[in-house]
Design a protein around this ligand. Structure first.
Ligand code: WT7
Length: 668
């Protein structure tokens, strides 16, 4: 990368930021790696511990080497606390009771409200009591399938107040996906809403839940209670005609309205003290094989890590208004809409809608409305907004912005520059944050006002994180080079296990390179030591920031009675980053027609969710297989982009198939 592609942080920002120079970063970084206890103890002190951890030996212990015994990661073992108490009661005790925790901005611009810390605590306590009334105890799992409304963080924090484990399923997943996840974690209760508006679309969430509850029952798991928030009649309907025949079925023995339950509940609830290593929540993420994994996060370490990354990566100062556009159904929403900001007594915007409703300047309008100082979104959103040109953004002032964040996938330099110039007016630091559901918080990221920025590079590790690049043989690549991105020691916020499947945890993340946590991503290091994430190296793909595996989509496609075989690869997409390109071999004598294509699209939407719908489905009379029967995906990826430079195909059982596949490409 030539020097002119380095952007120095704005000097005004540097003067005021917590970490204001690379030298300061390097010193602190060294401390965090060599003496984790010294580094984290300053953070520990900010929070309330009902029982402090016993001694420095118990501060952190781990085993990353499967040959030496089971993988284990422990921070502050023996200490006890309550994360909800730290996020709410502690802040109120420190004088922030009347501070705004959330400005809630609804789908419709006329729907908005605000919640102070005090009000939030009261609602959380009420709902904690509701959960208790329904028999939810410490360690029980509570499934949450909700839109971006205030009841969502309230439900999460109510769980953590009583030591229950929340398991949020993004409300874009299908009823099958929800059922499978509720069964896997044996959820006792499901919390949802009647419906939700996304732009002009009305989503029937309760209906999806009804199907999911039935399906879970068929799979052998009974969810006892479903609590339903009445939402859509409270808000302005973009299309009133759609509510006319909107109805919600409530089953007497199972379904309860949120409001009815809350009316009877006390507004105070003593927190349940939980051990630092007690589970806080689980969140499912796709695996490259088999069913989704319930990534488990625990209490103490996650509190330290979510709060510290939030404070330093967004350089959050009292008076700032922070806005993360991620849905709470993803890890970004957990750590950077709820836990991280509240741990810092921050004021945030929480947004229910989409960037395109009522117009495609909604993001910029909301930034001006609340004078947002830190804005955090995904490259796919930036790219889709860029397609409307600069004018929608230039209509707004955007002066309040100081820091712009990006997350979910690599950000291409073109989108980075647009974000930097048109939105940030060349004075904001851009933080391109690399992390995963598994890492709990940012692990590789620039720091605002500190790190000179290179568009497209996530740059350097966060405190406590030790990245390495390994070659295929597991040898470390020093200096410039490219390899597997791994981490050699734990940081407080990393996952502890796959729920109910520790073997799978060890297998997935620790078996390829003993002694290292393996991210599944590739990365390169340039001559200045900057890290550039190059993308997944397993059979995973990232569609608009949604991670999924080719295997799970293939499994759905082959469910269709007319399909004999299916292979899925990723194709680059200008807005979504990547999209799904599917090859279908129909059964003998079955036609490949439009009806089949349409049915397959519907099947994927139903089984996984609308975001997984394939962009292209092509006929494959056969698949390019080696003599041992392994599909050569490399060739399929070439067909998907119509690049005939396929390289060596001599190991294929039938070389002719390559030409046939190119000729069968759909016309558009
Ligand atoms: C995968 C994790 C972390 C929250 C959202 C996604 C990709 C994420 C970046 C980035 C390049 C990125 C990786 C990673 N990814 N952020 N800044 N630059 N790639 O969480 O669903 O667990 O996905 O997203 O491939 O492994 P997730």
């Amino acid at each position: 990368m030539p020097e002119q592609n380095i952007f120095q942080p704005d000097s005004k920002l540097s003067r005021s930021s917590y970490i204001s120079s690379i030298q300061q970063y390097e010193e602190l970084y060294k401390l965090s790696i060599d003496h984790p206890e010294k580094f984290w103890n300053n953070v520990v002190k900010q929070f309330h511990w009902e029982t402090p951890h016993a001694d420095s030996k118990s501060f952190m212990s781990y085993n990353f080497d499967i040959s030496k015994g089971p993988i284990s990661i422990k921070w502050m073992e023996g200490a006890s606390t309550n994360i909800c108490y730290n996020l709410l009661d502690r802040n109120i005790k420190n004088g922030h009771g009347d501070k705004i925790a959330f400005y809630w901005e609804g789908n419709h611009p006329e729907d908005y409200t605000r919640f102070t810390y005090r009000k939030l605590l009261e609602e959380v306590c009420r709902f904690a009591n509701v959960l208790k009334m329904h028999g939810v105890n410490k360690g029980d799992r509570v499934a949450i399938y909700m839109p971006m409304i205030m009841e969502t963080p309230i439900a999460m924090l109510a769980c953590s107040r009583i030591g229950a484990i929340h398991s949020i399923v993004f409300a874009g997943f299908s009823s099958d996906s929800l059922a499978e996840r509720m069964k896997d974690c044996k959820a006792k209760v499901l919390i949802t809403s009647d419906g939700a508006w996304r732009g002009e679309k009305l989503l029937h969430l309760k209906q999806i839940c009804d199907h999911a509850l039935e399906k879970a029952q068929e799979l052998g798991h009974h969810v006892e209670t479903c609590i339903v928030v009445k939402h859509i009649h409270r808000v302005t309907a973009p299309k009133p005609e759609l509510i006319e025949d909107f109805s919600v079925e409530m089953r007497d023995d199972r379904d309860f309205w949120w409001n009815d339950e809350m009316e009877e509940a006390e507004p105070s609830c003593y927190p349940e003290w939980t051990s630092a290593e007690d589970p806080l929540f689980m969140l499912y993420t796709s695996g490259s094989t088999g069913k989704p994994k319930g990534v488990l996060h625990t209490t103490g370490g996650y509190l330290l890590y979510s709060s510290t990354t939030f404070k330093l990566v967004f350089d959050y100062k009292p008076g700032d208004v922070y806005w993360c556009t991620a849905d709470i159904g993803w890890i970004t929403g957990h750590t950077y809409v709820v836990y991280g900001p509240l741990a810092n007594a921050a004021t945030s915007v929480m947004f229910e809608g989409t960037p395109f409703y009522p117009d495609n300047d909604r993001f910029w309008q909301v930034i001006d409305k609340y004078k947002v100082t830190q804005f955090y979104t995904a490259p796919t959103a930036i790219r889709s907004l860029m397609t409307f040109g600069d004018e929608p953004a230039l209509k707004h002032n955007l002066d309040s912005l100081k820091i712009l964040g990006s997350v979910g996938e690599p950000i291409n330099p073109e989108a980075w520059l647009w974000y930097y110039k048109i939105i940030g007016k060349e004075k904001c630091s851009i933080v391109d944050t690399f992390w995963q559901t598994e890492t709990g918080g940012h692990v590789i990221t620039p720091l605002p006002g500190c790190t000179p920025m290179k568009p497209g590079s996530a740059s350097f590790p966060f405190f406590g994180v030790k990245p390495m690049l390994l070659d295929e043989g597991g040898k470390e690549i020093q200096g410039e080079g490219e390899g597997y991105l791994v981490f050699s020691q734990p940081w407080p916020g990393m996952m502890r296990t796959v729920y109910n499947d520790h073997k799978r945890f060890e297998q997935t993340y620790f078996s390829k390179f003993p002694g290292y946590y393996c991210t599944g991503d590739g990365a390169k290091r340039d001559k200045d030591g900057y890290l550039w994430i190059t993308g997944r190296i397993d059979d995973m793909l990232n569609v608009s920031g949604h991670l999924m595996s080719t295997a799970e989509v293939e499994a759905v496609l082959t469910e269709h009675s007319r399909v004999s075989e299916a292979a899925v690869v990723s194709r680059p997409h200008p807005v979504k980053g990547e999209c799904l390109y599917c090859f279908i071999t129909p059964n003998q004598n079955e036609p490949f027609d439009k009806q089949l294509i349409d049915e397959l699209k519907v099947l994927v939407r139903e089984r996984i969710g609308p975001f997984a719908q394939p962009d292209a489905i092509q006929h494959a009379p056969g698949l390019p297989k080696t003599r041992s029967g392994k599909i050569m995906r490399r060739i399929l990826r070439k067909v998907a982009v119509n690049d005939r430079d396929v390289g060596d195909i001599s190991t294929l059982a039938d070389e002719n198939i390559v030409e046939i596949l190119f000729n069968n490409r759909p016309s558009k």
